[in-house]
Design a protein around this ligand. Structure first.
Ligand code: SF4
Length: 185
């Protein structure tokens, strides 16, 4: 058995396996394999998001399950064009999710406004509304690209000092849309 930093060591034994490691690492091992995402999309990228949950990409095998309520979701996937009218709804859904919560911007529209960024009605990136953890390029990104983004998020979760985070010892990400600020900036 070798040391592996903060990562738990998983060994097979004669009567089943066991995991040994720092509590942070053991909790993160469980968390990274049970990231539930909110069943929510705003435009065509949402079709690829649905496909990622289907039998071909089969996101369930990594522990990514969709939840129809933000109160049980860990990940908000911004899948599609975001209009200013939708911005406050997205913000509300994000606030209804419990910490620790994560955001993935899926596709050009959610990253930068995409091919609609010159439009009067489209937000030029989801990170003007909520803090984004992972950006996935493409128009639309294929299910494989979304799976890769979800796996990058797993790596982030795995490295987090989780206990310090839930004790409130770490600063929260900067709020991109504090009260009184326009998300058009
Ligand atoms: S990035 Fe492309 S596929 Fe995705 S919502 Fe925008 S236009 Fe549609």
């Amino acid at each position: 058995m070798s040391a592996a930093g903060d990562r738990p060591i998983i060994e097979a034994g004669p009567e089943g396996g066991f995991a040994l490691g720092p509590l942070d690492g053991l909790l993160n091992l469980a968390r990274k394999h049970s990231l539930w995402y909110l069943l929510f999309g705003t435009a065509c990228c949402a079709i690829e998001l649905m496909q990622t949950g289907g039998p071909r990409a089969d996101a369930d095998r990594f522990g990514f399950l969709f939840r129809p309520t933000p109160r049980q979701a860990d990940v908000l996937i911004l899948a599609g064009t975001i209009t200013y009218r939708m911005a406050s709804r997205i913000r509300r859904l994000h606030e209804q999710m419990a910490e620790p919560r994560y955001v993935i911007a899926m596709g050009s529209c959610a990253n930068t406004g995409g091919l609609f960024q010159g439009s009067y009605s489209v937000v030029k990136g989801g990170d003007l509304i909520v803090p984004v953890d992972v950006y996935i390029p493409g128009c639309p990104p294929r299910p494989e690209a979304l799976l890769e983004g979800l796996m990058l998020l797993q790596q982030k979760v795995e490295r987090e000092p989780y206990l310090r985070k839930i004790r409130g010892e770490l600063p929260l990400p900067a709020d991109p849309w504090p009260a009184g600020k326009e998300c058009k900036e």
